[in-house]
Every structure is written in C-alpha cells, then in structure tokens.
Design a protein around this ligand. Structure first.
Ligand SMILES: NC(=O)c1ccc[n+]([C@@H]2O[C@H](COP(=O)([O-])OP(=O)(O)OC[C@H]3O[C@@H](n4cnc5c(N)ncnc54)[C@H](OP(=O)(O)O)[C@@H]3O)[C@@H](O)[C@H]2O)c1
Length: 220
C-alpha cells in the first residue's frame, strides 16, 4: 500500500493556532490540489484529534467525484472509540472504518458498529496499532492511502516507518505558539530522525508545496 501524508502548514510549521481549532491555511488553488489527491486515493485517514477539532467530512467535491466511483473510504484512528456518532466523517457520503484499541469501551464500540456504513477494526494495542489498521485496509482493497493529519498521528506513522511520501502546502503566514499543533508532534525523535529526500518544490499561489519521499529503514 502506498501511504502519503498531505497537510497545510504555516511558514513556521504549525497545523493550527493555539486554539487547536480548524484554521484556513490553504489557498483556493491548494484546495483544488487537495481535492484531486483525495479523488486519486482509495481511503483517507485522520486521527480522532482532527475529527474532534475540525469535524471534517473528508469527501471529494461533486465535480471531482465524477472522475471516480463515489468517495474514498474514510478512516479514523480512535483508540477509545471517541468519534461522536453525529461526526461528519460518519455521514452517509462514504463508508467509514474506525480503528480502535483493545481498551476501547464496549458500549462506544458497539454504538459505532451499529452506525450505518461504519466498520470497526479492533487492534490489539492500547493505542491503535497502525500496522494492523493498514493491513485491514489493504484487505479491503486499499492501495493508495492519503493521511490528512494531525501531527500526533503523523508522528506515529513516521516512527513506525509507514509513510512513503509527505507533501505539505506552506502558507506565507507565521502563527507561533508553543501549544500550537505542528506537522509532526507526538513525543518527537531524539536519535534516528525520520530522514527524507526532497522530491518537489512547487510554488502554488503565494505559498509553496514541498514533497518529501521518506527513506526506508535501511537508508535507501
Ligand atoms: N492544517 C492541516 O492540514 C491540518 C490537518 C489535520 C489536522 N489539523 C489540526 O491539527 C489538530 C489536531 O491534531 P492532533 O495532533 O491533535 O490530532 P490527530 O493526530 O488528528 O489525532 C491524534 C489522536 O489520534 C488518536 N490515535 C489513535 N491511535 C494513534 C496512534 N497510533 N498514534 C497517534 N495517535 C493515535 C489519539 O487519541 P486516542 O488515544 O484517544 O486514540 C491521538 O490523541 C487540530 O488543531 C486540527 O485543526 C490541521
């Protein structure tokens, strides 16, 4: 499975400001690019932090959807089954897979399982085991997975060497704030940083899109 991350950051690497709510960093041109990327993907993965903060529906625009059959599958990494039943990511626009951990409360898992269009994947770890989740997606025919954040999830995927490519639009604004989420959060690396090769630099409107390909564990 090909796994690529796409996000939008400020020039100082923030995904949002210290309110941790959805902020508009992408330009109209960048939204078009993101919509195309979604349309080319079999599934779109986010962390539950993004669901709770932004309530995204993760769908493709009508015009773009005409190029493919329906919307991509939506996927949420949600260890404790906290995705609200009225979240936009559970609407009837597409099927949704919710990956949960082994300690997720049974009643929350059952409520998600009973929700139309939702499939729950139970993984055997306290936090969602991302390899297990990705294997389950592969079993469902997902060959191209787009990850749309946030920073906690992106860090875990990088740490587990599960990312092939990381692309982000850098907006010409500085947000600042030590508590503002960044592109790669989590506990961070101390030794063994995630190394990548810069494969693309493209000016899009007033911003720039950077495309990195991650080096594999053996350094290639
Ligand atoms: N600018 C952009 O492109 C963009 C894109 C997305 C989000 N955002 C912003 O980013 C912020 C949200 O980011 P975030 O980092 O707080 O949330 P996130 O990465 O979306 O979600 C993190 C949560 O996912 C769950 N999770 C389950 N399994 C995990 C695993 N193996 N590794 C890591 N997390 C796992 C954890 O909660 P549990 O332990 O409960 O499972 C964790 O707290 C918001 O401010 C949002 O607006 C911006």
């Amino acid at each position: 499975m090909y796994v690529f991350v796409n996000a939008a950051t400020s020039a100082d690497g923030k995904l949002s400001d210290r309110t941790r709510t959805q902020v508009r960093l992408s330009s109209d041109e960048d939204f078009e690019r993101v919509d195309r990327l979604r349309a080319e993907s079999d599934a779109i993965l986010v962390g539950v932090g993004t669901v709770l903060a932004d309530d995204p529906s993760l769908t493709v625009k009508d015009e773009t959807r005409a190029l493919r059959q329906g919307n991509p599958i939506r996927v949420v990494a949600d260890s404790r089954a906290r995705t609200p039943l009225d979240a936009a990511v559970l609407n009837d626009s597409a099927p949704t897979v919710v990956g949960v951990g082994r300690d997720a409360p049974d009643e929350s898992v059952d409520a998600l399982r009973e929700h139309a269009g939702v499939k729950v994947v139970e993984t055997d770890a306290e936090r969602v085991d991302l390899s297990e989740l990705l294997d389950a997606l592969e079993d469902r025919g997902v060959e191209r997975l787009m990850v749309e954040g946030g920073g906690e999830l992106i860090f875990s995927l990088l740490r587990e060497n599960l990312v092939d490519e990381l692309t982000f639009y850098v907006a010409p604004v500085f947000v600042g704030g030590r508590d503002s989420p960044t592109l790669v959060d989590g506990e961070g690396f101390v030794d063994g940083y995630a190394e990548a090769t810069l494969e693309g630099v493209e000016r899009v409107g007033e911003g720039v899109v950077l495309r990195y390909v991650l080096c594999s564990e053996d350094g290639t």
